[in-house]
Write a protein that binds this ligand. Structure first.
Ligand SMILES: NC(=O)c1ccc[n+]([C@@H]2O[C@H](COP(=O)([O-])OP(=O)(O)OC[C@H]3O[C@@H](n4cnc5c(N)ncnc54)[C@H](O)[C@@H]3O)[C@@H](O)[C@H]2O)c1
Length: 318
């Protein structure tokens, strides 16, 4: 009897949970807000229509427009390069005009199409007008990488990275760029992007677990954006807009200052935390970035994908 009671109770709870989840989804096709979305969705359900005829077609971005924030350096530069190589026209956004010019010139020299604008993601007006200008310039918007970010200071092993020593101005600066900046970018992107578009947020392994190498504001903001991604995935699914996060481990970029992460001592310190025994080069992010930006990830949304040389596997082992 108690077994039956437990079974019935559990089943009752489970079926209510399933009903609640189902209510997040359109119960029938008439509930789709846009007629063209209905078409996209039913097309997506026909396997024969979506089967790519070649590897090229699976990852092809020809004719699509992408925006990358923080495109002037490091991971953003690598992301912009691979999107252009896959055929997209790429809007490059950064606070640093000189870096943008260099990255833009490099992509154009390889036959890519770019349009560069300086803007600050932490300023909602600035990022809104940059994204709208890029959309106007290329005549549409399909892919947005909310990638710009800063780290500002060490982890708790140094005085200014502790609970008491973290300076309020550093905390605010990181929250402004890494959290408010992502939220600002997603707000504009979700309004401007076409149905069927893809949005990718650069989080960090530091958002998935504690990380003594970086500060409180960094771990807090990177964790926060992961849940924004999950929430936005639900909101945007009816328009078949997919949003995912990437969670890089240590990459040799300029985030700790120009060239700082190339220093051998710092490299070997980080390397000790990584099963593959080294830091990554930004080039190594290109495969994951293209996967999430292309049709190759057509059933992936709301996820967080680590690219970390095994660092998270190591932390789960303890
Ligand atoms: N490098 C790593 O090890 C690592 C690991 C995990 C996550 N990340 C994340 O990757 C993203 C890119 O960082 P990166 O490592 O390439 O650093 P980076 O410093 O090399 O590049 C970041 C770029 O963003 C720009 N930027 C900074 N603030 C901005 C703002 N307010 N508006 C617009 N642009 C701005 C900078 O000018 C710079 O060109 C960040 O979100 C970072 O937190 C980096």
């Amino acid at each position: 009897m108690p077994v039956i009671w437990i079974t019935n109770t559990l089943w009752g709870k489970a079926s209510k949970a399933i009903q609640r989840l189902a209510s997040l989804r359109p119960p029938d096709e008439s509930d789709y807000r846009h007629k063209d979305v209905r078409t996209t969705m039913s097309t997506a359900r026909t396997a024969a229509d979506t089967t790519p005829r070649s590897i090229q077609e699976l990852f092809d971005l020809t004719g699509e427009t992408a925006v990358v924030t923080g495109a002037g350096s490091g991971l953003g530069k690598a992301i912009a390069e691979i999107l252009a190589l896959a055929g997209a026209q790429v809007g490059l956004i950064d606070v640093n005009q000189d870096r943008l010019a260099t990255v833009g010139a490099g992509i154009e020299a390889n036959g890519g199409k770019t349009f560069s604008l300086t803007a600050d993601v932490s300023d909602s007006t600035s990022i809104a007008s940059a994204i709208e200008d890029i959309k106007d310039h290329f005549g549409g918007l399909n892919i947005v990488f909310a990638n710009a970010g800063i780290s500002r200071g060490p982890g708790f092993q140094e005085a200014e990275g502790t609970l008491t020593g973290t300076r309020r101005e550093d905390w605010n600066a990181v929250v402004d760029v890494n959290l408010n900046g992502v939220f600002n970018t997603l707000g504009v992107a979700s309004g401007a992007i076409a149905d069927g578009g893809r949005i990718i947020v650069t989080a960090s392994t530091a958002g998935l677990r504690a990380d003594p190498m970086v500060g409180y504001a960094y771990v807090a903001t990177k964790a926060a954006v992961l849940n924004i991604v999950r929430q936005a995935a639900l909101e945007l699914a009816p328009r078949n807009i997919r949003i995912n996060a990437i969670a890089p481990g240590p990459f040799r970029t300029n985030i700790a200052g120009e060239g700082a992460l190339d220093a051998p001592e710092l490299n070997s310190m980080w390397a000790q935390t990584i099963p593959l025994g080294r830091m990554a080069h930004p080039e190594e992010l290109k495969g994951l970035a293209l996967l999430l930006a292309s049709n190759a990830s057509s059933f992936m949304t709301g996820g967080a994908y680590a690219i970390d040389g095994g660092a998270l596997a190591l932390s789960h082992a303890h």
